[in-house]
Design a protein. Structure first.
Length: 241
């Protein structure tokens, strides 16, 4: 079973959205599991302190390495990646979600305060990953977002698994525009081609829609897509030596 363990100072934040819809059904069906480890339980002293002032001075507090290590070492990782959720980490993306979904699960350490003592990051070989170029109060929201992105890729979790191959980032592009009933709404019409029944033309329209949206909204993605070699089917015409 794909198991996710969250080390956090606010275990009450979970499961949050991970306990709803297809994710909850997948968990009930034994396709994945979620557990939390309360970092406070490994704190030191009468008040279970988990942090202290930063060496060299400065604002805020830093999570102690001995406390963090005790929490990490209490877990049977079983080959699962140990991830520290940090704004200075490598950006999380769809490829990372696919890589993690192919493994046995995750151990996610939710940051708080000014961060985590560098020594435990190095000593435990933690992989730093960021949800984006912004700062949150803690890593819990980032953990939920990443776990959702990964778990929905697990076999049997999504209601229609074929839809997973036709969405943003899977083909190097943003997803194409979508339409449904009614055909006319607020003076706007569903494109005729989508109602034509011609699957080749529909596929071509969707591909062009995806290209246009990506070029407008994510020129960085479009540039990378344009530079990626595309498969060219072999020519089938008559050739003579």
């Amino acid at each position: 079973m794909f198991t996710t363990t969250i080390i956090t100072l606010v275990p009450e934040a979970f499961p949050g959205p991970l306990g709803a819809s297809i994710l909850q059904r997948g968990r009930e069906n034994g396709l994945w599991d979620l557990e939390t480890v309360n970092l406070r339980g490994f704190g030191v002293g009468k008040h279970r302190n988990v942090d202290d002032t930063p060496a060299g001075g400065g604002a805020g507090m830093v999570i102690r390495p001995d406390v963090a290590a005790a929490a990490i070492d209490s877990i049977d990782r079983g080959g699962r990646p140990l991830v520290y959720l940090s704004p200075r980490g490598k950006p999380f993306n769809q490829q990372k979600a696919r890589d993690w979904a192919a493994g046995p699960g995750l151990v996610l350490f939710c940051g708080r305060f000014e961060g985590l003592d560098e020594r435990v990051i190095e000593a435990r070989g933690m992989e730093e990953v960021s949800l984006g170029d912004f700062v949150l109060a803690g890593g819990e929201v980032a953990a939920m977002a990443m776990v959702e992105a990964v778990v929905r890729l697990l076999p049997g979790v999504a209601g229609n698994e074929a839809s997973l191959t036709d969405e943003s980032f899977e083909q190097g592009l943003l997803e194409h525009a979508h339409y449904t009933v009614p055909r006319e709404w607020d003076g706007r019409s569903t494109p005729d081609v989508l109602l034509s029944g011609d699957h080749r033309r529909i596929e071509e329209w969707r591909r062009n829609s995806a290209k246009t949206l990506t070029k407008q909204r994510r020129p960085d993605l479009y540039a990378a897509y344009s530079e990626t070699p595309k498969f060219q089917p072999p020519e089938t015409g008559d050739e003579h030596d």
